[in-house]
Design a protein around this ligand. Structure first.
Ligand code: FES
Length: 162
């Protein structure tokens, strides 16, 4: 699937084609120009390819836009973690099962150590002390990757592909 001039405005806006509300034509014109110059990227969001009469303009995703990569040690597996998903959710999409229970940052079942990278949290007060944070501990159920990460999760399991 790809972004096209027929892509809905709210979707186009996520990829940098911004305009005031109601200015669909301007957004589409800007998006068309981005597609022609290679600034727009291929994505999984648009479902409008069937109506699209624009020339095929599939682009590969530049490094600056690709989602952060998370490596799980000692398993040695990696998965992409877009900012719309917590680490726990992104791991599940990659058929990796991380320890979990409450999924809201309170029980600490998912507590693991991050040896590289940076995260932010979906909640204001994740159940971590200041010392734990400085030692690199994170709660994947409420953490979102801001950079590529390496996390140590000894109990992680790779599930068979569905
Ligand atoms: S699953 Fe409970 S804190 Fe993460």
């Amino acid at each position: 699937m790809r972004i096209s001039p027929h892509t809905p405005v709210h979707v186009a806006a996520r990829y940098g084609a911004t305009a005031k509300k109601g200015a669909k034509t301007a957004v589409r014109a800007k998006l068309r120009k981005q597609l022609q110059t290679g600034r727009a990227i291929a994505c999984k969001v648009s479902r409008s390819t069937a109506r699209c009469r624009a020339p095929p303009l599939i682009r590969t995703m530049p490094d600056s836009i690709r989602p952060p990569l998370v490596r799980v040690e000692p398993l040695g597996q990696s998965f992409e973690a877009p900012d719309s998903l917590t680490l726990l959710e992104a791991a599940a999409f990659a058929n990796l099962r991380l320890p979990r229970s409450c999924r809201n940052g309170t029980c600490r079942t998912c507590l693991c150590r991050m040896t590289a990278g940076r995260v932010r949290y979906t909640i204001e007060w994740p159940g971590l002390s200041r010392e734990e944070k400085t030692e690199g501990y994170i709660l994947p159920c409420v953490a979102i990757a801001e950079t590529d990460l390496v996390i140590e999760v000894p109990d992680a399991i790779e599930l068979p592909a569905r």
